[in-house]
Write a protein that binds this ligand. Structure first.
Ligand SMILES: Cc1ncc(COP(=O)(O)O)c(C=O)c1O
Length: 364
């Protein structure tokens, strides 16, 4: 009998499966404990939970769950456009910002094309490019700092998209405005640059990449409701780009890709300044605490700009397991070719303290 793999697209054979942070329920089952006892610091989620305004609006929206959602996402796109100083036609909604990455691949990647991404950068770019038969050219990131000059030098006639996560996940590194400006000023007009800004709202001095969208450059800026707004489960992200680019991406989108409850929740969360402020304060204090503790413990870490910190624990997989036994889930980074490191999401201060106490025991 022939193998089904002989019929499947050949690039699927070696395609790695995305490994998400280990779910709380799975861990609770394995340890045979109450899920409430597990602390998950593995997926850069909001430790304070969803925006309360969003939660309230979504409860009401459930009453209309029999209706298909507004596939165009009119009100949410309108609100985003108003907030950011764009037109609705500059915004595309995705089932998480991950889906917008997939739209880009549908629209611009074919077999034999290339994308450029930094080593140790968010793995979705490579996985999605591979799915579409495109090759990922990975450029070095000395000391975990993405090198935009090296990205520029890696351009070939096959290059279609350059992905820049800023700040990057899992390293936490942030690229400055100067470097971005310099890079964009040299970019040829036929290549799309994607700035993935999933953690934008956590930054004290965020770089301005939207100016380049306003200038009509081939730039896509990605943002999400999964992080500061605390709505990761709902899957809402968006891209901001010149109108013609959005028009192309819209062709690749399934009609009802963002559900109605999620659209309502995101719309309410967008105006919940109090929740965003509180989340940022919690994350700022928690990140400072974690980094101080790592320094005291003489552990190497990459100073983070977002709601997580990457720290060298010697053997990431072993420490992950030891922490798991203590009911704390972090993220081992072998899949990112960083076997010595783990990434720890900033939690509430109580969670951070428990995590550090467990880490000290795990390392002793
Ligand atoms: C850099 C980066 N981009 C995109 C995403 C995906 O976010 P979403 O939940 O919007 O798909 C993540 C999630 O962790 C991320 O870290």
């Amino acid at each position: 009998m022939t193998s089904i793999w002989d019929r499947a697209n050949p690039q699927l054979r070696n395609l790695a499966v995305y490994e998400p942070g280990k779910p709380i329920e799975e861990t609770a089952r394995e340890l045979d404990v109450d899920p409430g006892k597990i602390i998950k610091l593995a997926s850069n989620e909001n430790p304070l939970g969803p925006s309360p305004r969003a939660a309230k609006a979504m409860r009401a929206a459930l009453e209309s769950a029999q209706l298909y959602p507004d596939g165009s996402g009119f009100y949410l796109r309108d609100a985003l456009a108003n907030k950011l100083g764009f037109a609705r036609e500059n915004i595309i909604l995705g089932n998480g910002s991950n889906e917008v990455i997939e739209f880009l691949a549908h629209a611009f990647l074919s077999r034999g094309d290339e994308i450029i991404a930094s080593e140790h950068s968010f793995i979705a770019y490579k996985l999605i490019a591979t799915l579409f038969g495109a090759r990922t050219v990975e450029v070095r990131a000395p000391d975990f700092q993405p090198d935009l000059d090296a990205a520029f030098d890696a351009i070939t006639p096959k290059t279609q998209i350059i992905f820049i996560a800023n700040p990057n996940n899992p390293t936490g590194a942030l690229i400055s405005q100067d470097k971005i400006d310099n890079f964009i000023s040299r970019m040829p007009d036929n290549i799309i640059t994607v700035f993935d800004e999933a953690y934008f709202e956590f930054l004290d001095h965020p770089p301005d990449t939207l100016q380049y969208v306003r200038d009509g450059r081939k730039i896509v800026v990605l943002r999400t409701f999964s992080k500061i707004h605390g709505l990761a489960s709902l899957r809402v992200g968006y891209g901001i780009a010149p109108r013609d680019l959005v028009e192309v991406l819209q062709k690749t989108r399934q009609p009802f890709n963002v559900n109605g409850v999620a659209q309502t929740g995101a719309l309410a969360a967008l105006n919940d300044d109090a929740h965003q402020r509180k989340t940022k304060q919690t994350v700022d204090a928690g990140r400072t605490y974690l980094q101080e503790q790592f320094a005291e413990m003489k552990l190497d870490f990459v100073p983070g700009a977002a709601n997580f910190v990457m720290v060298n624990v010697g053997h990431g997989a072993a420490i992950f397991k030891k922490l798991l036994a203590r009911k704390i889930i972090v993220r081992p980074l072998k899949g990112y070719n960083l076997p010595e490191w783990v990434r720890i999401t900033v939690g509430t201060m109580e969670q951070n303290k428990k995590c550090i106490a467990a880490l000290k025991k795990a390392l002793s």
